[in-house]
Write a protein that binds this ligand. Structure first.
Ligand code: 3AM
Length: 192
């Protein structure tokens, strides 16, 4: 199976991102049900490897935190823009969580991820037919995009099945993060 670790987005936020669809002929927009933030792409693994990954993630201890999507931008490859994304406001807690996920993946026996973590939510994949001016106008017009913050309360292990139009993602397992409120209460409660 093909796996990745990510953050599931609240439906209201997905709807907010869906409103952005349009205005770039040739762009393949990510369907509302597929929006997510990838923390670690894993790829194709055998069942016993998936078990190790699940075990490593279930022993990870992380805290919940607020996250805000802001701004839009693009990734390019070989001088051509390939991906349109919504960015993430600077978030040390997210970076910290991603480091923990990477450590967990190492424990599960995966080779280290060499690419730098660049948190984003993919909005559309861009084919060669996209007109650069249209894309530039889209990005410029949404420069000040900033969504409502939301609380990240769990990590998700997703499976993905590649499709012709778009991949189908399934949330296979959710791993709860400790609620900041609970942590505060624990800190305030004297140990018996
Ligand atoms: O979160 P985004 O949409 O940026 O593009 C795939 C998607 O990224 C990426 O993993 C996420 C969940 O499928 N992906 C697919 N194949 C990949 C690969 N070989 C990959 N990332 C790195 N290496």
């Amino acid at each position: 199976m093909r796996l990745f670790v990510g953050i599931d987005l609240p439906w209201s936020l997905r709807e907010r991102l869906t409103i952005m669809h349009g205005g770039i002929p040739g762009a393949r927009w990510v369907p509302t049900e597929n929006f997510h933030l990838t923390l670690r792409f894993i790829g194709e693994v055998a069942a016993h490897e998936a078990e190790e990954i699940d075990l490593a993630l279930s022993t990870l201890r992380g805290r919940g935190f607020p996250l805000t999507l802001a701004s839009v931008g693009t990734f390019a490859k070989g001088g051509r823009e390939t991906t349109l994304w919504a960015g993430v406001e600077r978030n040390p807690a997210l970076e910290h969580l991603q480091t923990k996920v990477e450590t967990a993946m190492k424990r599960a026996g995966l080779a280290p991820e060499r690419r730098r973590f660049t948190p984003h939510v993919t909005l559309a994949r861009l084919g060669g037919s996209v007109v650069p001016d249209k894309l530039a106008a889209f990005v410029q017009a949404r420069n000040l995009f900033r969504a409502q913050p939301f609380e990240v309360e769990h990590l998700t292990l997703f499976s993905s099945r590649l499709g012709k139009e778009s991949s189908a993602y399934t949330a296979e397992v959710e791993y709860p993060l400790l609620a900041p409120k609970l942590l505060e209460e624990m800190a305030l409660t004297p140990l018996a």
